[in-house]
Ligand binder design. Structure first.
Ligand SMILES: NC(=O)c1ccc[n+]([C@@H]2O[C@H](COP(=O)([O-])OP(=O)(O)OC[C@H]3O[C@@H](n4cnc5c(N)ncnc54)[C@H](O)[C@@H]3O)[C@@H](O)[C@H]2O)c1
Ligand SMILES: O=c1ccn([C@@H]2O[C@H](COP(=O)(O)OP(=O)(O)O[C@H]3O[C@H](CO)[C@@H](O)[C@H](O)[C@H]3O)[C@@H](O)[C@H]2O)c(=O)[nH]1
Length: 440
């Protein structure tokens, strides 16, 4: 069976490679020529651990190919995955232009029956919009062709995407067609026969499962962040609170790490998108809206933590360690570090920074502030001469830093540990003026 995957970003590329790894023949399409050129040379354009090796292996075994030619992919594939971006529009709703562009191309080029699978995160109702778009194109071409639409949302986490796709917690298949359902069982045969839980449902439910899952996790993070702010005020310890809460199986310890607020290409965008869906359907989603507000406040609180504890930061040098929104990714979309750096610069600070993967993209995202930012070769160079160090992202190499050396290199000894990674080190409080999140 040949599978077409349209869009080779964080989701499409990983999905394409994993389907090839499952033994299917895959053709991946992107309209970004440079991306396709790199992929054809075995170069993965993103940082995602484990992906390049698996991709190269599948290229060599001739199970995966890359092209900019969407017509070829449509003609050759039985099943077509749509995995293009759904970025936020100005009002926070999901911008469906890329999804519908692809649906249009499918309608334009298909010559036989297809199963069209939506992997992008999309508002409820998009499955039907995709169907309508394809059908309109077929009508224009005066073609009577059979096709099915399936919603198959993706739950991979960046940095762990390969494992998440190889061993998903569950696979959601939303469709009204029995034939399409059977086809999807074949696509995911390796998972289906190996006890991965499958949920078969209608398109609307599948579409909403994705938003509900992301929104729930975002609410959980905003909740623990709010508890952290209170813990600081009353002299409690958020890490002990989270651990004890998590020991209740109904709560679970996951996603209870207080920090600088959630970021990334999904939680910020998807919480806003589902809040908009609520408004459009006259059902205000109060809990999710509160989580969005709390997340904005959390980032502001991190800036205040630095300014109030250091006093005036005008002319001070602040080392920011970690730029990407989480470790093991180069993704800078909605990374809290961006807001924190901007806030510190607006208060007069100069920034020295280092991130293992986020620096290239930060340079253009922070272009406007470039006079106030110096990018360093490593974490020790970044802290050299700094009045304060702010750890924004918990890359392992920052966990393993030699704190004595760090202190010696710094000019003053403020350490703001926004991920609570050094709190248990007995030396940290004697070496630094140490500030964590959610504990004194
Ligand atoms: N990134 C994640 O961790 C993640 C996880 C689950 C779901 N999602 C969802 O999956 C979707 C894709 O996310 P992503 O992070 O992979 O996005 P991305 O921006 O990394 O990749 C999208 C790709 O689609 C390509 N594209 C756009 N229009 C095209 C067209 N008409 N034809 C061919 N290619 C086209 C772009 O060039 C880009 O390479 C989004 O809806 C997102 O919300 C993302
Ligand atoms: O206890 C926690 C857990 C996470 N975060 C932050 O939350 C954000 C998102 O983290 P994570 O969920 O690990 O990363 P993503 O790669 O954005 O993955 C989320 O978004 C994807 C896109 O929709 C989904 O597929 C995944 O299931 C979902 O976890 C990051 O800024 C984290 O630092 C915290 O602050 N505290």
């Amino acid at each position: 069976m040949k599978i077409g995957v349209i869009g080779t970003g964080y989701v499409g590329l990983v999905q394409g490679v994993i389907l090839a790894q499952f033994g299917l023949n895959v053709i991946c399409v992107d309209n970004n020529e440079e991306k396709i050129k790199n992929l054809n040379n075995g170069i993965v354009p993103i940082y995602e651990p484990g992906l390049e090796d698996l991709m190269v292996k599948n290229i060599q075994e001739k199970r995966i190919e890359f092209t900019t030619d969407i017509k070829k992919a449509v003609l050759e594939s039985e099943v077509l995955f749509i995995a293009v971006g759904t970025p936020p529009a100005d009002d926070g709703s999901a911008d469906l232009r890329y999804v519908l562009e692809v649906a249009n191309s499918i309608g334009e080029y298909m010559e036989d029956s297809k199963v069209v699978v939506n992997k992008s995160t999309v508002p409820v109702g998009t499955g039907h919009l995709v169907r309508e778009t394809i059908q309109n194109k077929l009508n224009q071409r005066e073609k009577k062709l059979d096709f099915d639409v399936v919603s198959n949302p993706e739950f991979l986490r960046e940095g762990k995407a390969v494992n998440d796709c190889l061993r998903p917690d569950r696979v959601i298949i939303g469709t009204e067609s029995k034939k399409a359902e059977e086809m999807m069982k074949k696509v995911y045969n390796v998972l289906y026969i190996n006890e991965t839980p499958f949920v078969f449902t209608n398109i609307e439910t599948a579409e909403m499962i994705k938003y509900a899952s992301n929104a729930f996790l975002a609410v959980k993070i905003s909740f623990i962040n709010e508890m952290a702010l209170l813990a600081e005020k009353v002299g409690a310890d958020i890490q002990k609170i989270a651990k004890a809460m998590g020991q209740d199986g109904r709560i679970s310890p996951k996603f209870l790490h207080a920090g600088p607020g959630y970021g990334g290409s999904c939680f910020p965008k998807d919480t806003k998108a589902i809040a908009e869906i609520g408004k459009k359907n006259n059902e205000e989603l109060l809990v999710i809206e509160a989580a969005i507000k709390a997340n904005k406040k959390q980032k502001q609180k991190m800036i205040e933590k630095v300014t109030t504890n250091m006093g005036n930061i005008e002319g001070k040098v602040i080392a920011v360690l970690g730029l990407s929104f989480k470790p093991e990714t180069d993704d800078m979309r909605d990374a809290p570090a961006l807001d924190i750096i901007k806030g510190l610069i607006k208060n007069g600070a100069k920034i020295k920074t280092y991130c293992p993967q986020g620096m290239k993209e930060s340079k253009w995202r922070l272009e406007e502030y470039k006079e106030s930012i110096e990018y360093s070769e490593n974490e020790y160079k970044a802290v050299t001469g700094a009045d304060a160090t702010v750890i924004v992202t918990e890359w392992n190499q920052f966990r393993g830093m030699n704190l004595r050396k760090m202190k010696e290199l710094m000019k003053d000894n403020y350490l703001f540990d926004l991920r609570n990674i050094h709190g248990k080190n007995p030396e940290v409080r004697s070496l630094f003026k140490y500030y964590a999140v959610g504990r004194k």
